[in-house]
Ligand binder design. Structure first.
Ligand code: 1HE
Length: 260
């Protein structure tokens, strides 16, 4: 029997993918990258939202360092480019992704979480970029995605000093969106994913794919692009039905935030 490296289940239109190598703290080997690629493709076709979590005591210990030592420079480039391809299928796809983080989310594990649109962690979570101390560099998209979430200054400090940050600091720095009590991150992420799965598919697609692109444009280009996306989404039949339901008092109002 082949070892299951990524667990997969799909319930109520939400796919739940679990890194399933707890003995190695869910370190990402080449086979894990390929197992993730297959599970991501399955989620993109079967689900309307997805959650990514880690089995065992940690979310993910990053790159499998045992494999990394044996690569030639060119193999290393191709390997990093494969991580980019696979993580991009999470970042810019048809469905939203929610990372549920507990314990360590370090190195490539943090890079993987950064590819999701929303990050939920529990109070046990800690985040680090120990690449500097290991004599390497980020290779899973961290210099782009994590740098944009953390800011270059904070990321540089984390990489140079090996600094670990806790859940509250991660929230303050904008790395995570939600912090839960211990062992509740997965349930919260699934609940959030279920909400997002109930949105109009085209809206979700626009949010996921347009916002990061508009952020890269000039103000004028961004505003121009926004008008087209706004009009295109609003004239979708599903949007028209939802707007009509609001006006006919068939759907709920926006509620004030729940107490934390
Ligand atoms: C691993 C890995 C790994 C654990 N590759 N085998 N990542 C790191 O530098 C983080 C390295 N890992 C750790 O700091 C710790 O393992 C943890 C804080 C995540 C968890 O600690 P702990 O005490 O629960 O576990 P452990 O005893 O350190 O590890 C259990 C086993 O997992 C052990 O193997 P064993 O055969 O001795 O039982 C570890 O060797 C193994 N293990 N982490 C391989 N990462 C695309 S570029 C991305 C660049 C990076 O990701 S750099 C950061 C790499």
């Amino acid at each position: 029997m082949t070892e299951e490296l990524v667990s997969y289940e799909c319930r109520d239109q939400v796919a739940v993918l679990g890194l399933a190598r707890p003995g190695k703290r869910n370190a990402i080997s080449d086979r894990v990258v390929e197992a993730l690629a297959l599970a991501i493709e399955r989620a993109r076709t079967e689900a309307k939202a997805a959650v990514l979590h880690g089995h065992g005591a940690h979310f993910c210990a990053g790159l499998d360092l045992a494999e990394h030592v044996a690569r030639t420079p060119f193999e290393g480039v191709l390997n990093s480019r494969r991580w980019h391809e696979v993580f991009a299928r999470i970042e810019l796809g048809p469905i939203p992704w929610f990372a549920a983080i507990h314990g360590a989310a370090v190195g490539g594990g943090l890079e993987l979480a950064a590819a999701a649109q929303v990050r939920v962690c529990d109070e046990t979570a800690f985040f680090a970029l120990p690449e500097g101390t290991r004599g390497i560099f980020v290779g899973g998209g961290g210099s782009v995605r994590a740098a944009r979430l953390l800011g270059i200054s904070r990321m540089t400090d984390m990489m140079l000093t090996g600094r670990s940050i806790d859940a509250d600091t991660a929230e303050r720095w904008g790395l995570v969106h939600y912090v839960t009590p211990p062992r509740q991150a997965l349930d919260r992420a699934i609940a959030l994913a279920q909400k997002a799965a109930g949105n109009a598919h085209l809206s979700n697609y626009a949010i996921i794919n347009a916002l990061p692109r508009i952020a890269e444009m000039s103000r004028d280009d961004g505003l121009f692009m926004e008008s087209f996306i706004a009009s295109f989404t609003a004239t979708d039949p599903e949007a028209e039905a939802r707007l009509r339901d609001f006006l006919d008092r068939k759907t709920g109002r926006v509620a004030p935030p729940a107490a934390r």
